[in-house]
Design a protein around this ligand. Structure first.
Ligand code: PAF
Length: 284
């Protein structure tokens, strides 16, 4: 696996592959990779002739009180894992390479509406930062497809919207959420959990599933959500939100919708975890 740090050089390599008739898939990451990321690389591999992954801890998507400085940087181990997962090329730019005019002066991409709800309402500017870096990454790596995980469900819908709205010629492919054996969604942030927090963390997914089943059985969503949120609080979580939305659009739930998604963001101590479960309502 080759490693390139400069946008021009990675673009030249991707375009050379495409001129030779090869389809290129791209997996953007912030590094500190785990099995969930490697499954995205494998998914990219199945959908393309060449796979490019990026590792870039993007300053514009972290708020002033968030963990940008302490976000784990593990480039050597990540590169080894990517190589084993079948990645052809690692793009690992510096902040200066991706933000040539500086972060404060950066041209930003704002995803109206979708970017300001749920996590966007609790992390001001976060999705603007995600959109801002992804447009830069997509210009540097003009791949045919880009692969994203479904744990970051809102991010995935925002990427789809960005690609459509800005006429980017790129297929967005979603990978399933990878989970630990006890159900906890894999995340680089899980390593911040203390042993006792790690023991209760799987309850987040358990509560999503329990709530989805109750709604499928016809129980009123408002009361089921309130009960679920209270149980999370009782277990020591501090939920930012625990909400039911229409799958895909993330529109506030209406009874005529048939496909739903339950989304949760909750803090355990100083660690913020997110997860979601999609479900379908069948007529009886
Ligand atoms: O999901 C992530 O790791 C990041 O938000 C992304 C998409 C790589 C943008 O920095």
């Amino acid at each position: 696996m080759n490693r390139i740090d400069q946008p021009d050089a990675v673009r030249a390599q991707v375009c050379a592959w495409q001129r030779a008739g090869q389809r290129v898939a791209f997996v953007p990451t912030m590094g500190n990779l785990h099995a969930g990321h490697f499954s995205l690389v494998e998914l990219a591999r199945r959908n393309a002739d060449r796979v490019v992954a990026s590792i870039f801890v993007n300053p514009t998507q972290f708020g002033p009180s968030e963990d940008f400085a302490r976000y784990p940087r593990t480039l050597t181990e990540d590169a080894e894992g990517l190589n084993q997962a079948g990645c052809d090329l690692l793009f690992a730019p510096s902040v200066e390479a991706l933000y040539p005019l500086g972060v404060a002066e950066a041209t930003r991409v704002d995803v109206a509406g979708l970017g300001n709800i749920l996590c966007g309402a609790h992390r001001a500017g976060h999705f603007s930062g995600v959109g801002t870096v992804l447009l830069r990454l997509f210009h540097a790596v003009p791949a045919d497809a880009a692969v994203f995980g479904s744990k970051d469900y809102q991010q995935l819908q925002i990427v789809r919207r960005l690609v459509r709205d800005l006429l980017l010629p790129i297929d967005v492919i979603a990978g399933v959420t990878c989970r630990e054996p006890d159900g906890l969604a894999m995340s680089s942030r899980n390593q911040y959990l203390t042993p006792s927090q790690r023991a209760v963390a799987p309850m987040l997914y358990g509560m999503l599933r329990e709530t989805a089943v109750s709604i499928q059985m016809g129980h009123p969503s408002i009361s089921v959500l309130a009960t679920g949120k209270q149980k999370l609080c009782d277990a020591g979580f501090e939920p930012d939100y625990f909400e039911l939305r229409e799958a895909g659009t993330l529109a506030p739930w209406r009874d005529e919708f048939r496909t739903g998604v339950l989304l949760v963001a909750a803090r355990l101590g100083s660690t913020r975890l997110i997860d979601n479960v999609e479900f379908v309502l069948v007529e009886d």
